[in-house]
Design a protein around this ligand. Structure first.
Ligand code: FMN
Ligand code: MN
Length: 537
């Protein structure tokens, strides 16, 4: 998303504490202290003080969940092959808690699932009461103007210093190094799920896959599932348009017979884990964004057998490489579309070293027919990035991604239309906005339609269209998981202009008013209501 915040953050992403910012402000420890003193007066939501309370690791968050009644321990032995999926399905559907399977069959490592599978747990992870708080913090940064006078500059200082405080911090060691195994390890030790009956095998579903851009050296962290082939190899399912795949292609172009280093972290504090799925621009470090969300830097530690860094507080780390000349059949896999994604050719990840805590916890999730845990992650992404979208496209009032639309199939956008053709402009904007490019159907409605109420959207949007006139098709990249597209990764998308049509758009008929009872009659009937002996209101 090439928007202003992204521009700002990218700019700061190249800075280290101590670097000059715009030649005027130094992001130093002193500035950070200064920020702490000023925190009380800046308008960001709950500016975090020096004594940060961000969760350090997965277990600290689990303790918080347990205290809030949001985590259940299951001591019975349960099979990671299918059974854990079936149990988790039932619990997720019922709005139930995160689950810690203490005795997964065939493994001594406990398994955590459904960690973020509710809005409440997502709020606990973000330490907020509502998404509006994150939105407000983001707006705080977006609203930063070039300072006018000294007072303005002083007011900006805490925010700049705060930005400086988000950079990942390199540390010498960390709990993920409690056990280092260059030999004698096996992926079979971990309770890796086979989620669905027709899955090709076991899949690591929530790995933070870390690579570096071979040209810029910038880090990327993406969640790409990994099918276990044997004790030391897995598939690497980065889809064509994802940043890991781009790193792979660039490295291969330079040296087709070479390899790229890959590190995989499994299980960390929740916002580090969430950061791996965020649709942020290439070369912007997801760990920096995690630092922004936590209001505290993520500590990173160097791998044993490669140059990459991994979150120091991770539960499990797999170090290794991908051969640039090697592909292997991956899938099928029961996917978040609710269907099995087909087999495909993907790179192979070779594990050279495993490091983990003395008593590691294996974090995983299941995808399948919506809604699942990933719906809550997607919803958080929608709410967190809405201010960024609004910044770039000020006519946007609200956006909704209904669960049944599985993120890429349907986006409903409400706009305040102020010139002819603006709904179509927004469709095109969405199709060129980062991973929103995958959106198969965009429905644009007027600002007075509540996009969060899908019945209202269906009613008003269907009333507002002359289909032949208001539907637009385009060709372009589509989600790899779209099994209906004419080809993998390429197909058509549809935009529906469901806004009121204007004379300037060639519509000369009058547009009718929506039916609403007048206030005076409503009040009269309120007064009469008791006498009528009808149902209670
Ligand atoms: C549970 C889960 C599993 C995912 N699995 C994959 C996957 O196998 N391949 C993929 O390309 N994206 C997958 N994604 C989506 C990516 O994590 C997401 O698009 C992310 O932004 C990619 O990072 P990148 O933009 O740095 O490439 C998954 C997301 C979730 C929540
Ligand atoms: Mn990325």
């Amino acid at each position: 998303m090439a928007s202003r915040i992204v521009h700002l953050i990218s700019k700061f992403a190249n800075l280290k504490p101590g670097h000059a910012v715009r030649g005027e402000v130094r992001v130093t420890a002193a500035a950070r202290k200064f920020r702490a003193t000023l925190c009380g007066c800046w308008d960001g939501a709950r500016g975090k003080q020096e004594d940060s309370v961000a969760y350090k690791d997965l277990r600290e968050f689990m303790a918080r969940l347990e205290k809030a009644g949001e985590l259940r321990r299951i001591s019975a032995e349960v099979d990671p092959v299918l059974e854990i999926t079936e149990i988790t399905q039932r619990v997720t559907r019922a709005g139930g808690p995160a689950l810690l399977f203490e005795h997964p069959k065939g493994s001594r490592v406990p398994l955590l699932i459904n960690m973020l599978g509710s809005e409440r747990r997502m709020h606990l992870a973000l330490e907020i009461e509502s998404y509006e708080e994150v939105a407000q913090r983001i707006r705080g940064f977006l609203d930063m103007q070039a300072p006018q006078g000294l007072l303005d500059k002083l007011k900006m200082l805490p925010k700049l210093a705060e930005l400086g405080a988000f950079f990942p911090k390199s540390v010498k060691s960390g709990p993920c190094k409690e056990v280092i195994r260059r030999d004698g390890f096996s992926l079979a030790e971990f309770p890796i799920l086979q989620c669905w009956p027709q899955d090709a095998g076991r899949f690591i579903t929530w790995p933070l896959v870390i690579t570096r851009n071979p040209e810029t050296g910038k880090r990327n962290v993406g969640v790409y599932r990994m099918q276990v082939f044997d004790e030391r190899t897995t598939a690497m399912h980065w889809q064509t348009q994802k940043h890991g795949a781009e790193h792979f292609r660039r490295a291969r172009a330079a040296n087709p017979q070479g390899r790229v280093e890959v590190a995989v972290a499994i299980g960390a504090e929740p916002l580090t884990c969430l950061a791996g799925i965020l649709p942020i621009p290439p070369d912007l470090d997801e760990m920096m964004f995690a630092g922004f969300l936590r209001r505290d830097p993520v500590e990173m530690v160097r791998c044993e057998t490669c140059e990459l860094e991994v979150p120091a507080h991770a539960e499990i780390v797999l170090e290794g490489y991908v051969n640039l000349s090697e592909l292997r059949t991956e899938g099928p896999f029961g996917d978040h579309t609710g269907f099995y994604s087909l087999e495909g050719q993907y790179p192979v990840f070779h594990v050279t070293c495993v490091t983990h805590r003395r008593d590691p916890i294996y974090l995983t999730t299941v995808v399948g027919p919506p809604p699942q845990e990933d719906f809550y992650m997607g919803h958080a992404v929608e709410r967190i990035f809405l201010p960024v979208m609004k910044m770039q496209f000020p006519e946007i009032v609200d956006v909704a991604l209904p669960a049944e639309g599985i993120f890429h199939n349907l986006m409903i956008v409400a706009i305040r239309k102020s010139y002819p053709g603006q709904a179509r402009k927004i469709m095109n904007a969405i199709w060129s906005l980062g991973q929103a490019m995958f959106t198969k159907v965009v429905v644009v409605v007027d600002h007075d339609v509540n996009v969060q109420d899908f019945r209202e959207v269906a009613w008003k949007a269907l009333c507002a269209i002359d289909p032949e006139r208001d539907v637009q098709f385009v060709l372009g990249p589509v989600d790899t998981l779209d099994h209906a597209a004419r080809r993998q990764d390429f197909g058509s998308k549809m935009g529906i202009d469901a806004t009121r049509k204007w004379p300037g758009e060639g519509f000369e008929r009058p547009w009718p008013d929506e039916i609403v009872m007048d206030q005076a009659t409503r009040e009269r009937v309120d007064g009469l209501w008791k006498q009528l002996g009808l149902a209670k209101r």
